[in-house]
Structure formats: C-alpha cells, structure tokens
Design a protein around this ligand. Structure first.
Ligand SMILES: [Zn+2]
Length: 66
C-alpha cells in the first residue's frame, strides 16, 4: 500500500509537469510551462499547448493502474 499522503492525481500531475515539455512538432522547449490535468474520476487527461506553434498534445492516464 502507498504510504504517501499525496493523492495519485497529485503524483501524476507532478510527474507530468516536470517532463516532456518539448514540442515534438517544432521543438519548442516550454520551460516553466506545464501539462494541464483534468480528472474524471477514473482517468486523468493531460493537455499541453505549445506556445511556439499551438500544437495541442493530449494524454490520458487511467488511475486504475496506479
Ligand atoms: Zn510546437
């Protein structure tokens, strides 16, 4: 069992906010940016909008696997 006081949602949000901020389309490094996370209860959807070219990346993570 997890002993962390943080929720799975917070851990996932932290994980994704620290990685993969470089746009695969134009290579823009969104230093200081972050993925926006929206949870629906069973899943968390992350979205990152590239400030350079406007490309939107989405990622959905199921909390069932945590
Ligand atoms: Zn871009």
């Amino acid at each position: 069992m997890a002993t962390s006081p943080r929720s799975p949602f917070e851990r996932l949000q932290s994980r994704y906010s620290e990685v993969d901020l470089v746009c695969p389309k134009c290579g823009y490094d969104d230093d200081g940016g972050s993925w926006q996370a929206v949870t629906t209860g069973k899943t968390v959807e992350y979205r990152h909008v590239c400030p350079g070219c406007g490309a939107i990346r989405r990622r959905t993570v199921s909390l069932d696997h945590e």
